[in-house]
Design a binder for this molecule. Structure first.
Ligand SMILES: C[S@@+](CC[C@H](N)C(=O)[O-])C[C@H]1O[C@@H](n2cnc3c(N)ncnc32)[C@H](O)[C@@H]1O
Length: 255
């Protein structure tokens, strides 16, 4: 069992996503921005209706709004909302009768998303500071939980899925995109905090990841591999080749 210094890891993750919010043109192990969103399958019409600066800092790994099938009036929670791109798209889908909560732990992502929300007048959206391992929400209040490229970053994934199951209504949906692996990563990779914060080192083996979801009481309905997603740096590409690091989108339901 590899021991991770979770505080150190959390600080590194915050540092990386502060840079993503403030300097989306910077050098990262992963792709970002509108071109990535279009490649992953986001409809241009949706991207045209949300704040441009949120798409510039988009650092997701897949498209799952077809699986989420968000309807007008629904309540949605976006875990690790970043600069808010997915939260704004969810806000388009719920309309003014619905409500979307974007939750993130990084102050700079939250303040950017909040400013963009106020400029664009999305009154059905709330951005909140919080941790995905201990959600600051009542039980059974959301119709849908979405998350993009976030749960891999947590050292307590089982706890995250238990929290998701707690806040979902009966019949509620979980629609996420995330990084998983085909083979278990080595200790050397897992202990590299920079690689972890880039969405690789923390990735769980796919079957283990699915088991965590099922253990939380959620039933997996669909899984899709996102072959369009790839990492940029040589070290990240090496891990992808050697361990089958890949992006998937997944739909699960609370029965
Ligand atoms: C790869 S980015 C993805 C952001 C956004 N979902 C997107 O698609 O652009 C990961 C985000 O998750 C947030 N995050 C990572 N671990 C978290 C945790 N344990 N609790 C809350 N937020 C977290 C980071 O601050 C960052 O904004």
């Amino acid at each position: 069992m590899v021991q991770i210094d979770t505080k150190k890891l959390q600080n590194k993750v915050k540092e990386m996503y502060k840079a993503v919010a403030e300097n989306p043109q910077g050098k990262f192990h992963f792709e970002m921005g509108r071109a990535l969103a279009e490649k992953l399958g986001y409809p241009k019409a949706d991207l045209d209706r949300i704040p441009t600066a949120s798409t510039e800092s988009f650092a997701g790994v897949g498209y799952h709004f077809d699986m989420a099938d968000i309807k007008p009036g629904e309540t949605v929670l976006d875990l690790g909302s970043g600069s808010g791109m997915d939260t704004f798209i969810a806000g388009l889908k719920t309309g003014s009768d619905g409500k979307v909560v974007g939750l993130d732990m990084t102050d700079e992502q939250l303040s950017k998303a909040e400013e963009l929300k106020n400029q664009a007048g999305f009154s059905n959206i709330i951005f909140k500071k919080g941790y995905i391992e201990t959600l600051p929400e009542e039980k059974e209040i959301f119709d849908v939980v979405i998350s993009n490229g976030v749960i891999n970053l947590s050292a307590e994934k089982e706890k995250v899925f238990q929290e998701i199951a707690r806040v979902l209504k009966k019949g509620g949906r979980l629609a996420i995109s995330d990084i998983v692996t085909e083979k278990q990563l080595t200790e050397k990779i897992v202990c590299d905090i920079d690689i972890w914060a880039s969405c690789i080192g923390g990735a769980a083996q796919e079957d283990t990841y699915k088991q965590y979801i099922q253990n939380a009481g959620l039933e997996i309905k669909k899984v899709r591999k996102n072959s369009q997603y790839s990492f940029l740096s040589k070290s990240a590409q090496g891990a992808t080749r050697d361990f089958g690091v890949k992006s998937i989108s997944l739909l699960a339901k609370k029965e």
